[in-house]
Design a binder for this molecule. Sequence first.
Ligand SMILES: [Zn+2]
Ligand SMILES: [Zn+2]
Length: 97
Amino acid sequence: MNRVCPVCNGLSAFHAVCQECSRPLDDSGRIYDYYGDYSPYREIDDSKLTNGMVDLQYHLCVHVGWCRSCRREQPVSVLEWDDSQLFTQSQQMPRHT
Ligand SMILES: [Zn+2]
Ligand SMILES: [Zn+2]
């Protein structure tokens, strides 16, 4: 099954709020892009293995959220879409013709 992160692929806006002040967070990018220049996919797969079945099952893409008022970074898990979700979401999108 093909899975993609909707935020990384520009299919969906980044929606997350600060755990401290509940203001919307800015997306600072994918956490592995942010912290290193090694292969993001291999690192994510490795971390899924160490974290157990939950991450494997839900296919999360971890982003870095930035709160401008607290000046804090926090990891935000974005649920990846599979093919059926992609199809459904693309049907709902306004068409630019
Ligand atoms: Zn992502
Ligand atoms: Zn905050």
